[in-house]
Design a protein around this ligand. Structure first.
Ligand code: NDP
Length: 449
């Protein structure tokens, strides 16, 4: 008989927590997981998955506009928000059920209530029950930051945006990062008037400047308005229920919804970290070592709560590595270099490796930049003026491709394959030696000279 109720108790059934639970159980561990909201976490319930479906749904606007040039007459297209919203929410339920089934199949016990840390080997459920475990894994994720200004309670975050009762006519979005630009694209495509308000003059700070400029230019042409260097200072609710947004010295902006997309903070408040002697970092994150172990030997943490890289595939890898390390006889870490990422804006952009600026900082002038600024054939035919832009950053000394950056239709789909080449350390000569796949947009990757 073990001295503990479980070998592993996981707090949080999101991407990282579910993967760790399933893999630990498959290694023979007795595992339990507690989730206070819904199984699946941010990505499945109120993030990547429903967002991507809304991107697909809204993108039909562009396809329908272009369809006529391709011989289709469709009459006047009509869009119904409740249909899209409810179909998306049903799909989320389907995936949630699949995640739950995975836990059941692997005999992972799940508790649908909040759990907090009561000691190095003890968790306390909201019901008051205490459970012991040899190891505890914290995978509680992060939560949207709501900046402090008058009237912030009238605003929504990405938690609520999937449930809007009706399609707003006017949308103000605060922030110019991932969530802001993805939802700006969705609402703009659906015909809403969109204003993006940001405290600085930079969008998508971590991406290559050329891509950011291109996205700005295309989305402005599509009708998205930007107001830079002016965070929201006040939101007033009018008698008719609409909102009036004050930002900088601009005239107040009328809105039906205000979406705050100003980053996500690790969800450690009230988690009981102090009961295990764990001190959170400045942003509330749980500090961990390369094996995702906290300062307490029996407690690990993975995913957004550690604030290393806030991306689902990273949480999944971290959770898998912890399970293999603790129960699979295979102690291992994961690699954080060469992580591909994408913004599902319209058009989308995607990147892997060093930006031109990062490469210049690291290699000085010893780099070569190749770019292809082209109008996709599909756009030319449809009379759509938008241009794609691909960029390769190459180490001039070794010819190794250090970064690939793309904006244009389907760029995330194309970038995933290019990321393998960057990860493998391939050279520009390898790209050049690869025969183009014609006609495609992706062929630009091997035709840059
Ligand atoms: P981001 O970090 O991407 O962007 C935050 C934005 O809000 C920035 O423009 C920032 O401005 C601004 N901001 C930050 N704090 C404040 C503040 N206190 N007041 C006013 N403005 C502020 O965060 P998101 O919320 O968009 O997304 C959270 C995370 O979720 C991302 O970092 C990403 O890791 C993940 N995510 C990934 C997606 C994907 O992979 N496609 C999609 C959605 C989310 P400034 O630049 O000036 O600092």
């Amino acid at each position: 008989m073990s001295e503990f109720d479980f070998d592993l108790f996981v707090i949080g059934a999101g991407s990282g927590g579910v993967r760790a639970s399933r893999v630990a159980a498959s290694h023979g561990a007795k595992v339990a997981v507690a989730e206070e909201h819904r199984i699946g976490g941010t990505c499945v319930i109120r993030g990547c998955v429903p967002k991507k479906l809304l991107v697909y749904g809204s993108h039909f606007a562009e396809e329908l506009q272009d369809a006529e040039r391709y011989g289709w007459s469709l009459g006047t297209p009509k869009f119904d928000w409740p249909t899209l919203r409810d179909t998306v929410l049903r799909d989320v339920e389907r995936i949630e059920a699949a995640y739950t089934a995975t836990l059941d199949t692997n005999k992972v016990e799940h508790f649908h209530e909040r759990a907090t840390i009561a000691g190095p080997n003890t968790v306390r459920l909201a019901s008051g029950r205490e459970i012991t475990a040899r190891y505890i894994l914290v995978a509680v994720g992060a939560w949207p930051v709501v900046p402090d200004f008058e009237g912030s309670e009238h605003c929504i975050t990405s938690n609520e945006v999937f449930h809007l009762p009706e399609l707003p006519r006017r949308v103000v979005i605060q922030g110019a990062g991932y969530i802001a630009l993805e939802f700006a694209g969705i609402f703009n495509a659906l015909g809403c008037q969109v204003t993006v308000v940001n405290r600085s003059d930079a969008i998508l700070r971590s991406y290559d400047e050329a891509l950011r400029d291109r996205l700005l230019q295309i989305t402005m042409t599509r009708g998205i308005e930007y107001k830079f260097n002016c965070p929201i200072t006040k939101v007033d609710k009018q008698a008719d229920g609409t909102l009036l947004v004050t930002a900088g010295k601009h005239d107040p902006i009328p809105a039906d919804i205000v979406l705050l997309a100003t980053g996500r903070r690790p969800k450690t408040d009230g988690l009981g970290l102090e009961n295990a002697g764990i001190a959170p970092g400045d942003k509330g994150e749980i500090p961990v070592d390369e094996f995702s172990k906290t300062s307490c030997d029996s407690i690990y943490a993975v995913g957004d709560v550690t604030d290393r890289v806030q991306l689902t595939p990273i949480a999944i890898r971290e959770g898998h590595a912890v399970a293999d390390s603790l129960f699979g006889g295979n102690p291992r870490t994961i690699a954080y270099d060469c992580i591909p990422s994408a913004v599902f804006s319209q058009p989308p952009l995607a990147a892997v490796g060093l930006t031109e600026r990062e490469a210049r900082n690291a290699y000085g002038n010893n780099i070569r930049i190749y770019s292809s600024d082209f109008r996709p054939m599909k756009n030319v035919f449809a009379g759509r003026n938008e241009r794609g832009l691909y960029k390769l950053v190459v180490d001039a000394g070794t010819d190794r491709v250090l970064g690939v950056h793309m904006i244009g239709p389907d760029s995330p789909e194309i970038l995933q394959a290019a990321a393998i080449a960057v990860r493998a350390g391939l050279t520009k000569a390898d790209f050049d030696a690869t025969v183009a796949l014609h006609p495609s947009m992706a062929e630009e990757l091997v035709l840059m000279r």
